[in-house]
Design a protein. Structure first.
Length: 75
């Protein structure tokens, strides 16, 4: 299910909300996926307030959902 949200963000250039486990802490953030690894082990994304992509490993992602105000409707 998480992969589906990542693909949604990548293809439609929309933000999604994800929960990450980083340094033993759960962190909820909105991001926009810009690239997915060919091997499926991670992805690059733009985080709020940052201009450079950040690489995130799939093992760090706990769950994903639509960002606030987005219901995933096709336009």
């Amino acid at each position: 299910m998480v992969r589906r949200f990542l693909t949604y963000s990548l293809e439609r250039e929309k933000k999604i909300c994800i929960v990450l486990m980083q340094e033993g802490q759960m962190k909820k953030t909105n991001l926009r996926v810009t690239e997915m690894d060919e091997d499926g082990q991670g992805f690059s994304a733009l985080l709020p307030g940052r201009k450079k992509n950040v690489h995130i490993h799939m093992t760090d992602v706990l769950t994903a959902a639509y960002a606030r105000g987005d219901s995933g409707e096709l336009e």
